[in-house]
Design a protein around this ligand. Structure first.
Ligand SMILES: CC(C)(COP(=O)(O)OP(=O)(O)OC[C@H]1O[C@@H](n2cnc3c(N)ncnc32)[C@H](O)[C@@H]1OP(=O)(O)O)[C@@H](O)C(=O)NCCC(=O)NCCS
Length: 218
């Protein structure tokens, strides 16, 4: 199955992320049923985009526990330095929320529509590490809980995220940084149409030596 083109994606796909009042709120930042403030960040329940089976949405405080339980496992974290502590998970979620507030996009929650099960995350961030040759570039990321692997969820979510980026961040290049042994992510990147970015790899430092870099021109 090939990734649907941007043209094939209906604007209705992103309808949830428009302001309900139609007052031109920025896509991805619409505010619906605000949750109480926690750790200084106003969290909102709002959807960035939807696909046939999935909802891609903002993080909520209630996501920390299921994310920790299902995604912070040895299997999922095999190529990501292993599981984190609960405290690190809270910091990670807060970081994603802060990135959303600053840039209008982040690694968003991926939830299954039919039962609202949290499957993982997928989204786009700006590479923040100054030592990386990708510093300041867009990076796509994905993580799906292991008991839901091989159902096509990552591809479905990442395809929609790329379509979102084509619409919202045109003229940019999207990169992925993937551990050299992470065959599943290499396969996913290639299925999405990404190709090795050897020029970038040639410029990376020792700390990124085990990573393969992929790129997709929007
Ligand atoms: C990578 C990951 C997100 C894939 O999730 P998924 O929902 O199982 O992926 P999909 O079912 O959508 O598969 C899409 C494509 O990915 C590739 N793929 C997925 N799992 C694979 C595996 N075990 N081996 C080889 N290729 C695999 C295939 O190309 C597949 O397409 P196909 O079904 O037509 O063969 C999942 O394995 C994961 O969360 N891994 C741990 C987190 C991680 O490593 N994140 C990346 C950090 S850079």
């Amino acid at each position: 199955m090939s990734r649907p083109s941007a043209a094939a994606v209906s604007r209705a796909h992103f309808a949830h992320s428009r302001s309900p009042s139609g007052n031109g709120a920025t896509l991805g930042l619409s505010r619906v049923a605000p949750e109480p403030r926690q750790r200084g960040i106003l969290m909102t329940r709002s959807t960035i985009l939807t696909t046939r089976r999935l909802r891609v949405r903002h993080w909520l405080s209630a996501d920390v526990d299921p994310y920790d339980e299902y995604c912070n496992t040895d299997e999922v974290m095999e190529y990501l330095d292993g599981p984190s502590t609960k405290r690190e998970i809270r910091r990670e979620v807060a970081w994603y929320q802060k990135h959303q507030a600053q840039h209008g996009h982040t690694f968003w929650v991926v939830e299954r529509k039919r039962d609202r099960a949290l499957l993982g995350f997928c989204g786009i961030i700006r590479v923040w590490e100054r030592q990386s040759p990708l510093h300041g570039e867009l990076e796509i990321g994905w993580r799906i809980r292991a008991d839901k692997w091989r159902h096509g969820y990552a591809f479905e979510a990442a395809s929609a995220v790329i379509d979102w980026a084509e619409w919202q961040l045109p003229d940019e290049v999207v990169y992925a940084r993937i551990h050299q042994d992470n065959a599943a992510s290499h396969g996913l990147a290639r299925k999405l149409g990404m190709r090795r970015a050897r020029a970038m790899e040639a410029r990376r430092g020792a700390e990124e030596r085990s990573l393969r870099m992929f790129r997709l021109r929007l």
